[in-house]
Write a protein that binds this ligand. Sequence first.
Ligand code: SF4
Ligand code: SF4
Length: 74
Amino acid sequence: MAAHFKVKVDAKRCKSCELCVAVCPKNIIVISEKKNEQGFRLAVCQDEDACTGCLACAQVCPDVAIEIVRKEQA
Ligand code: SF4
Ligand code: SF4
């Protein structure tokens, strides 16, 4: 049973500060071209299969915009 993770970024909260980009040990978070209502480009995980669920990104985000959701797979 391997665990996989979904990296959810709350578009309303993200302010494009890039702290999550800097902290991710897997370097899988990038700032996308997609903007939220306030004009901030959203952080997005480009390779969820590589996410270890370490929570570093969620903990560093000053706007509590990131949620890591565990997905169980057989
Ligand atoms: S939980 Fe860890 S590995 Fe996954 S995206 Fe966040 S910082 Fe990167
Ligand atoms: S740390 Fe939070 S606010 Fe900053 S870019 Fe990442 S998700 Fe957005």
